[in-house]
Design a protein around this ligand. Structure first.
Ligand SMILES: NC(=O)c1ccc[n+]([C@@H]2O[C@H](COP(=O)([O-])OP(=O)(O)OC[C@H]3O[C@@H](n4cnc5c(N)ncnc54)[C@H](OP(=O)(O)O)[C@@H]3O)[C@@H](O)[C@H]2O)c1
Length: 229
């Protein structure tokens, strides 16, 4: 059985991914800020989900993650799923909103990988959850400049780390998701109906994280039924 770390596990895709991986019998470290929602996740598991209340943009949050994983020697799969999105025209966005997107969608991933690096071994797999909005050449939605830019940077980080970590046998891939019916999507596009449910996407992400490092490294993959979705 594997040790799987999943960020953004309090709702949406991350919640369902943590639940599915635990149902497969793996040990899941589920990270988010909302203690109440993590507690619900914990109750739905059969004791193999360790919840960690942490804000990944803070040094305190990263220390809490590091302390919670102290007793394990290896992380098999890290799924960097936590994310944030606002839908606002570029000219109305503030510097703070841009900084927040960079902090959550990019720098928290950079810092978490550095924090956990000593736990990765040959065969470990880092999966970054990107977006079709951050996939080069995709049709872009107006209002998502900060979000799409931060996800585009996450995709390039994936390529960069895959070469740096290749010698150690650690694979890094990025899944650029299309629309999935979550609270994030509802908040950004009220009334829009996505073709995929979070539990369906969770299965794909889980299986990808557990198996695909044997066949690919440094890949930025569109996971969408059509473009721009
Ligand atoms: N839904 C879609 O259509 C779609 C499409 C493309 C890509 N994606 C990507 O897929 C991922 C999951 O999306 P989703 O729709 O499931 O989003 P969601 O429902 O908004 O969930 C986001 C998760 O990230 C966590 N999070 C946010 N800021 C955090 C922080 N500072 N520290 C720790 N955790 C934090 C949230 O938990 P707390 O608030 O409890 O911290 C929550 O669990 C995101 O990266 C998103 O960009 C989604």
């Amino acid at each position: 059985m594997k040790n799987i770390v999943i960020t953004g596990a309090s709702r949406g895709i991350g919640y369902e991914t943590a639940k599915y991986c635990s149902q497969l019998g793996h040990t899941v470290f589920a990270i988010a800020r909302s203690a109440d929602k993590l507690s619900k996740l914990d109750k739905e598991s059969s004791g193999n989900i360790i919840t960690i209340k942490a804000d990944l943009t803070t040094a305190e949050g990263l220390t809490r993650v590091s302390n919670s994983l102290q007793h394990i020697s290896r992380v098999d799969v890290l799924i960097n799923n936590a994310g944030t999105l606002i839908n606002k025209p570029f000219l109305e966005t503030t510097n703070e909103e841009w900084q927040h997107h960079i902090d959550v969608n990019l720098l928290s991933v950079v810092k978490l990988i550095k924090t956990l690096y000593a736990k990765f071994e040959a065969g470990s797999h880092i999966v970054n959850i990107g977006s079709m909005g951050g996939f080069q050449g995709s049709v872009k939605f107006p209002g998502l400049s900060a979000y799409s830019t931060s996800k585009g940077a996450l995709a390039i980080l994936t390529e960069a780390l895959s070469t740096e970590f290749a010698g150690a046998g650690i694979a890094v891939n990025c899944l650029c998701l299309g629309a999935v019916q979550t609270e994030m999507l509802n908040d950004a596009f009220p009334g829009y109906s996505a073709p995929v449910q979070p539990d369906e996407m969770a299965k794909f992400i889980s299986e990808f994280g557990l198996n695909s490092h044997k066949y690919m490294n440094g890949k930025i993959l569109p996971v969408a039924l059509n473009n721009p979705e």
